[in-house]
Design a binder for this molecule. Sequence first.
Ligand code: GAL
Length: 416
Amino acid sequence: MAFTTALKTTVSALALSAFATTAMAEDVEVLHWWTSGSEAEALGVLKDDLGSKGVGWNDMPVAGGSGVEAMTVLRARVVGGDAPTAAQMLGFDIKDWAESTGQLANLDAVAAEEGWDDVVPAPLQDFSKFDGHWIAAPVNVHSTNWVWINKKALDQAGGKVPESWDELVVVLDKMKENGITPIAHGGQPWQDGTVFEAVVLGMGTDFYNSAIIELDPEALGGPQMVEVFDRMSKLRSYVDDNFSGRDWNLASTMVINGDAGMQFMGDWAKGEFLKAEQVPGEDFVCARFPGTQGEVLFNSDQFVMFDQGDASDAQMLMASAVMDPKFQSAFNIVKGSVPARTDVSGDGFDACGQKGIGDFAEANEAGSLFGSLAHGHAQPTAIKNAFFDVITAQFNGDYDSQTAAEELVNAVEAAK
Ligand code: GAL
C-alpha cells in the first residue's frame, strides 16, 4: 500500500472510530418504503451493519411502491417539526428537498474522507449533490426497462425471449392460448408509468430523449406517442381482471407461481424471485424490455440526512456504512439492484445482476442511459404526476390513443 493511501486509510479509520465512539448510544430513525419480503431482507443487511457499529435502528416503514406514500408522510413529519434522522429518496425529490427546505445535512466531510467523488458514477452524483455539496448517499442503481419471465411458461410459448415488439406479441398470444395470464400487472399509476416508459424507450432513444427528457410538445403529441398508447392498449388486453391496485410484489408472485407469464418491472422484482429461491436461467429469465437492448432507464435509491445537530455522528456513520464497498455488494445482491460505486466487483452477483452492472456501464458510455420518469430521475414530481394522470386514464380506457397524446401535451404544459 502506498504511504499516502496507508495514511489516508488510517486517518479514515480514526475518524470513523471517533464517530463510532460518540455514536454508541445513538439510534437512527430511517423513513423508507422497503416493505416487500426482499426489500425488508435487504434493509436487514443495513440494520445489522449499523448495529455492528453501535448504531441502533428505529424503523419508519411507509408501505407503497416507488415511495409515493412515503413522500407524503415525510412531508407531514418535516412540516410538523419532526424530521426523521434519514430518509430514502429518489432523484428529483432530493433536489427539491435541498432547494425548498435547506434542511438536509451536508455530507461533504465523510464524502471527502472516503473519496466518493472518484467512485460514484456521474449520473448519480447529479442527484447526490446540490450546489456542489454532497447531500445524499446512493445505496444502489436500479433500472426499470426489464422483463421478468417465468421460464416454464416461456418454454411452453416457444422458448424464445422476445426481442422486438412483434416477437413480444407472439409470445403473449401463445401464453394466452396456454391458459395463463400473459402479463402480471398492478394497476397503480407508478406501475402503469413504469411500463409506459419502457414502451417509449422501445420506440428509440431519440424519442425517449425528446418526449421524456426534453418534453418536446411535438414528440409528446405526435404519431410516435399515439403508437405508444396503442401499444399500451395492446398490453392492457393481456392483463387479468383483478389488476387494479395490485402491489408490484404480488404481481411478481404471479410470475413466480406460473399463474402469469411475465412482468414488466424494475429489477427490484428480481429480489422477490431470489427470495422465493428461484434461479435465473432455470426458473425465470431476465431480459431487457423488447427493443431496448443495450439501453438503460435508471433510478437510484439514496439516503438523505435531515440536519439535526445532535444526531450527526450517527448520521455520518450511516452515510459511511451505506457507501462501504462490501456493504454495497451484500445489499445489492439481495435487493436486485447494482452497486452505486464503480469499484465494486460483480463477483457474487447472479447472471441478471452481472448483466445489470455491464448494461449500466455500457449504456453510460454509449449515451443510451436515461433517468427513469416513473421513478423520479427524469422530471420533477409535478411533471411526473402529470404524465401518470394521462397514462393511467388511457390504460383504463378513458382516452383513445390520439386523445391521450393530446392530453399529455396539455398536462405536461400545465405542470411545468
Ligand atoms: C423504486 C425503488 C426501489 C423499490 C421500488 C418498489 O422506486 O427505487 O428500491 O423500492 O420502488 O417500491
